[in-house]
Design a protein around this ligand. Structure first.
Ligand SMILES: Nc1ncnc2c1ncn2[C@@H]1O[C@H](COP(=O)(O)OP(=O)(O)OP(=O)(O)O)[C@@H](O)[C@H]1O
Ligand SMILES: [Mg+2]
Length: 533
């Protein structure tokens, strides 16, 4: 049984994500999960509650494809357990496991469910996006969002404020242009980078410079007295909506401007999954530093890394504004070979991007597709880490896969310098301000955990699961092993092939602890590269 967007409900998707997290982060590490006649049964180790879930198909990798009804054992009976009951149970278990309460948790899960309900009501028919631009449709396809996060869709504010900026509703909007005094502009990077964007903006008198601004963020910042005053005194002029359209991508705050073929990565003072999406000053600077420092390294990889040639912001006496109005420019996609598709859309259990590719029509085609896919994605990520000490963040939202007309993967494009790090000791960052250097650096083990989690747990496991939804029993991981084995006898890779457990990022525990994303906990997960015994 395949899941479809048509059958997607906010209640079920919320419950499924909670159970996915619960199994990965709480039950599986304590061996409290077992299959049982078409179901999977799980026990909350400390609360002692037993739950069960349906399976859409037999497991083919390290994760289960869960499907409602979700039930709780009471005496000898199985009673329905809806998303809010599950949310209570998860909270109770985590309170026992950590000895700490989290009064925000239930609200965050509820907000995420409400946001998804609003998105589903506003999105329109599942087929609406089929005939438009496939790249854009894929960026706007993550309706249920992160499948291993307890509150994947939570967004502050009422849907009436944000639905018009939501990628999931296939929205388009016009960023505003601000005219700001040139002497108050702060920017780094290629001096001419912004002129490619300004070509689509109005002309401004000498001494003034254009700054694009996300209308949602502009309204979130409007209460700040310094901004208020600057607008009232005409120090800053709001020139209104631009002539050129912006399409929000899967990260919500980064938008694509098709006319200019550029992305603008805006700040958004809204928590989306684990982070408030603000470009901190050291991240703005860090992106410019990494873009310069890594250009040669990226050129050696058999893949594209979307460049972030410059940032721009406004240096008034208010750091919230400096960061809140900071915008990073990112290279577009038109020069990529083939049609770029967001990896997350291909992995989406409710979507049809994968099934729509001609190459997926037969089991042989699907296996060849997976072989090509792993060959495009894994080697560049592993070479970046092993040969250069560069930690990419190749999770499903940070990777585009370019496909040929028959759907076969031909090239990978990686993005997001904010998540890209350098391993300590490999790069000389002594010339940088310490907060910039610190934010760019990971200890080698921390970096390896991040690489392995993003590449194998977050990304390839989920793509493999989506392939298995269409063609079960393909031996996908035997094929994937060959790409890892081809990298040579590096100790890290040998350990992977020997089947060491993989580090899985614990989004549920991280949210419960209210920890920063950088301090996220990891739990061990089964390694699908291990040779079956
Ligand atoms: N499988 C997934 N893994 C990680 N993030 C996911 C996944 N599915 C959906 N997402 C969403 O993608 C975004 C990932 O955040 P990330 O920090 O990588 O992007 P960003 O820095 O905000 O923007 P950009 O990727 O444009 O640079 C979040 O909004 C998250 O909810
Ligand atoms: Mg990203």
């Amino acid at each position: 049984m395949l899941l479809t967007e048509r059958a997607l409900t906010a209640d079920d998707a919320t419950a499924t994500a909670l159970l996915n997290c619960l199994i990965r982060e709480v039950c599986a590490p304590e061996q409290q999960v077992w299959p049982d006649e078409g179901h999977v049964v799980l026990r909350l180790p400390r609360a002692g509650v037993v739950l069960r879930a349906g399976l859409a198909r037999p497991p083919s990798g390290p994760t289960y494809r869960l499907t409602p009804p979700y039930e709780e054992q009471r005496e000898d009976e199985w009673m329905p357990a809806a998303w809010d009951r599950l949310s209570d149970l998860v909270a109770g278990e985590l309170e026992l496991a950590t000895g700490r309460p989290n009064p925000e948790f239930l609200t965050q899960v509820g907000d995420s469910r409400s946001a998804l309900a609003a998105i589903l009501a506003a999105r329109g028919a599942p087929d609406d996006g089929r005939h438009g631009d496939r790249f854009i449709a894929s960026e706007q396809a993550l309706v249920a969002g992160h499948r291993f996060h307890p509150s994947p869709k939570a967004r502050q504010g009422s849907p009436s404020e944000w639905l018009k900026y939501a990628p999931e509703t296939r929205s388009r909007f016009r960023p505003h242009w601000l005219a700001v005094p040139t002497e108050l502009v702060a920017e780094e990077g290629h001096p001419d980078a912004f002129s490619d964007l300004e070509a689509y903006g109005p002309s401004v008198p000498p001494g003034r410079t254009l700054l694009p601004v996300h209308p949602w963020q502009f309204s979130l910042l409007s209460h700040r007295p310094v901004l208020h005053r600057a607008l009232a005194e005409n120090l800053i002029t709001d020139l209104g909506p631009s002539d050129t359209e912006a399409l929000p991508t899967s990260s919500v705050r980064t938008v694509y401007l098709p006319d200019a073929d550029l992305f603008c990565k805006f700040s958004l003072d809204v928590r989306i999954t684990n982070c408030v999406r603000k470009n901190a000053w050291y991240e703005l600077s860090g992106a410019a530093v990494l873009n310069r420092l890594l250009a040669d390294t990226f050129a050696t990889l058999d893949a594209t890394f979307l460049a972030e040639p410059a940032y721009r912001t406004l240096a008034l006496a208010d750091r919230q504004l400096y960061e809140g109005l900071g915008v990073i420019l990112r290279q577009g996609v038109k020069a990529l070979p083939g049609t770029p598709l967001l990896a997350g859309a291909l992995a989406d259990p409710y979507g049809t991007f994968l099934a729509d590719l001609p190459a997926m029509a037969t089991p042989e085609g699907a296996l060849a597709w997976w072989d090509a896919y792993v060959g495009c994605v894994a080697p560049p990520v592993l070479h970046a880490y092993l040969d250069h000490g560069v930690v990419l963040e190749p999770h499903l939202q940070n990777v585009l896969i370019c496909v040929a007309p028959d759907g076969m993967p031909v090239h990978a494009a990686f993005r997001d310098l904010e998540g890209t790090k350098l391993t300590a000791g490999r790069w000389d960052l002594a010339h940088l301000p310490p907060p910039v250097a610190d934010a760019l650096t990971y200890a080698p083990d921390q970096g390896w955990n991040r690489v392995v989690y993003c590449l194998l747990i977050n990304h390839l496991t989920e793509i493999a699961a989506a392939v298995a939804d269409l063609h079960p029993s393909l031996g996908l991981w035997r094929t994937a092993r060959e790409h890892f084995a081809a990298l040579g006898a590096h100790p890290h890779v040998r350990a992977l092939l020997a089947g060491v457990p993989l580090p899985a990022k614990a989004n549920l525990r991280t949210r419960w602890a209210r920890a920063a994303d950088r301090a996220a906990a990891y739990v061990p997960a089964a390694n699908p590269l291990a040779v079956p015994r």
